[in-house]
Design a binder for this molecule. Sequence first.
Ligand code: 13P
Length: 253
Amino acid sequence: MRTQIAAANWKMNLTFQQGEKLLDDILAAKIKLKDHQKTIFAVPYPYLTMTRSEVTDEKNYYAAGQNCHHKRSGAFTGEVSVEMLHSLKINYCIVGHSERREHFAETNSMVAEKVNLCLGNFISPIFCCGEALPVREAETQNEFVAQQLKESLFHLTADQIRNVVIAYEPIWAIGTGKTATTEQAQEMHAHLRSIIAVQYSVAVANQVPILYGGSVKANNARELFSCPDVDGGLVGGASLVAADFIEIIRSLK
Ligand code: 13P
C-alpha cells in the first residue's frame, strides 16, 4: 500500500513548553504505526531538535520544517537553510504552503528551488498546492494546480519525484472550518495523480503520497482518508489538540 501520512502543521502556535507537552500527550497514546504509515510533526524551527529527540525511538514518527529558504546559504538574516535542517537530521520540510505564497510572496519558481535543495539534502519536500475560492468558483482549479506542479515539480526525474509528498490544500478550506467534500477531495487527488502519470508513468504516480489539507478534524478525517487517492492529511488547527490529532493518526488507512 502507498505510504499514508498524518502530518501536523503547528504554524506559528504554541510555546516550547506547550509543544513539548503536546508531543508527550500524543506519544503517550502509543499508537504503533504500520510499515506504510507515518506521522510527521512540522514544528517551528526552534523546536526541531526537541521534536526529533521526542520521536527518535518511535517507529515512523518524524520532525519536519515548516519552510526553508530557497537559496543554499548566504546573507539572508533570519532565514533557515535546507543544509541547516539536514544537519539537524530532519527528514521532511513543507514547501510552498499557501500562507508562504500569500504573505511572503513565494512563487512557483522559488518553490522549485526549495524542492531541489531539499532533495539534494536527503529531505523529502511536502509540496503544497491548491486554489483560492475565485479559482474554484470559476471552475479552473484543475488547470491551476496542474500549473503549480508543472512549474515547481515537473523538472524532477522520476526517481526524485518518488521522494516528494504532495499536499492538496484548497485555500478556501484552510482554517475556515469549511472542508472539501470527499467527492471534491477525491476528484482533485485523482486529477493530480493523473497528471503525474502523464508526465512520468502510472507506476510513479501510484507511489507519490497525496495528502489533503484544509480543516481536517477528528470527526472528518476517517471519511476523507477513505478516498482511494487521499493518502492522509496535512493538519493545522486540529493538530494542536492531542486528543484530536491522536484520532486523526488513528484514521489513517
Ligand atoms: P487547518 O487544518 O487549520 O485548516 O490548516 C490546514 C493547513 O494549512 C495545514 O497546512
